[in-house]
Design a protein around this ligand. Structure first.
Ligand code: MG
Length: 254
């Protein structure tokens, strides 16, 4: 994979910068609570937000309140819960959830999968439930098979399974990151901008697909995706690039 320094053909304030968080700007940690946000990254994001007049947003599976916690004191516009939450204005509260929390009985059934052994870490994200097996990668087949079985059992419930990097998420159908990005792009300052979206995982693929509708630029991390502009190898490369564009509008063409 290439590791490009992308040239931006125009001034930064003609773009909106939309960022997946885990695995894109942050290195994945053994458990989701252990992610590390450096002062340098906070400064870069704050500078980018300032230079784009507020057109920097997170597009994450985490709830907005959790994003605020890990990036504190920085609060950016954000899509949380894979599209279940949308905060248009930095620092404001997220709007009304677009999705009811996952039914507690449904949660309990999937949560029981974590009892299959040490190393399966359960994360209740409210709108979704994540089963992390980063500490026990050998449990992947078990986790996925057990979840698929519960899904086929819950015929009347609109549940979908989102496979990620050493994680399986259980969420209701109805909202996606792509749907929420479409909505975010109708509000100023995003509405008049070309979006640059960076993402690394399966749930980001839908966002890459809608970018042409906004003349957007897709950049993936760690995986080749058809139709995107570039691919970075790892989050550290993304952080370096964001730092560069936050300081300078002029770049060499790759
Ligand atoms: Mg990610």
């Amino acid at each position: 994979m290439s590791n490009p320094i992308l040239s931006l053909p125009a001034a930064l304030n003609q773009f909106a910068i939309l960022l997946d968080v885990d695995g894109t700007i942050l290195d994945l940690a053994p458990t989701p609570r252990e992610v590390f946000v450096s002062h340098a990254l906070r400064d870069t994001l704050a500078r980018l937000s300032e230079r784009t007049q507020g057109a920097v947003a997170f597009v994450s599976g985490r709830p907005v309140s959790e994003l605020d916690l890990i990036f504190a004191p920085l609060q950016l516009p954000a899509i949380g819960g894979h599209g279940a939450e949308l905060r248009i204005v930095a620092g404001a509260a997220a709007g009304a959830p677009r999705l009811a929390p996952l039914d507690s009985r449904v949660k309990q059934r999937f949560a029981a999968i974590a009892e299959a052994g040490p190393g399966i870490v359960l994360e209740d994200k409210g709108y979704s439930l994540a089963l992390h097996y980063r500490l026990a990668p050998d449990k992947e087949t078990l986790v996925r098979a057990a979840a698929a079985e519960i899904c086929s059992d819950l015929k009347d419930t609109s549940i979908e399974l989102l496979p990620g990097k050493l994680v399986l998420e259980v969420k209701q159908t109805g909202v996606t990151k792509a749907i929420a990005v479409r909505e975010l792009m109708t509000y100023p300052p995003f509405a008049t901008r070309r979006p640059i979206f960076l993402g690394d995982d399966v749930t980001d693929l839908g966002v890459f697909e809608i970018l042409p509708d906004f003349n957007g630029i897709g950049i993936s991390v760690g995986r080749d995706v058809p139709g995107i502009a570039a691919c970075f190898d790892r989050p550290a490369d993304v952080r370096r690039w964001l730092e560069q564009i936050s300081r300078n509008d002029a770049f060499a063409t790759p």
